[in-house]
Design a protein. Structure first.
Length: 101
């Protein structure tokens, strides 16, 4: 699993990088001063927060995990995307690859 962040001092600290290693994550950081490196995920989280997430957060971790899974399915299979001429990503990918009749 990948953990991506900006280059904030906390993310480069020895304590934090050790924690990332302990959980067997791969750490990734945006290039210094380049806000576009993580733009697709920033957009995804914005959509998740404003379109789906329960106001006030979640009562427990399991609820959060289940809700994120539901949103990923919705986002990829149902939610229209203007970039894809109104198609959800899965359908746009199939269309692009010529898998639909």
């Amino acid at each position: 699993m990948l953990f991506h962040s900006d280059q904030g001092s906390i993310y480069g600290s020895k304590q934090f990088t050790q924690c990332v290693q302990n959980y067997k994550l791969t750490q990734s950081m945006s290039r210094r001063g380049n806000c576009w490196d993580n733009a697709p995920m920033e957009r995804w989280f914005r959509s998740f927060k404003y379109e789906w997430m329960t106001y006030g957060g979640y009562v427990d971790f399991e609820s959060a995990v289940n809700d994120v899974k539901d949103y990923v399915m919705y986002y990829n299979h149902i939610r229209p995307h203007s970039y894809n001429q109104g198609l959800p990503p899965i359908l746009a990918e199939k269309t692009y690859r010529g898998l639909l009749n």
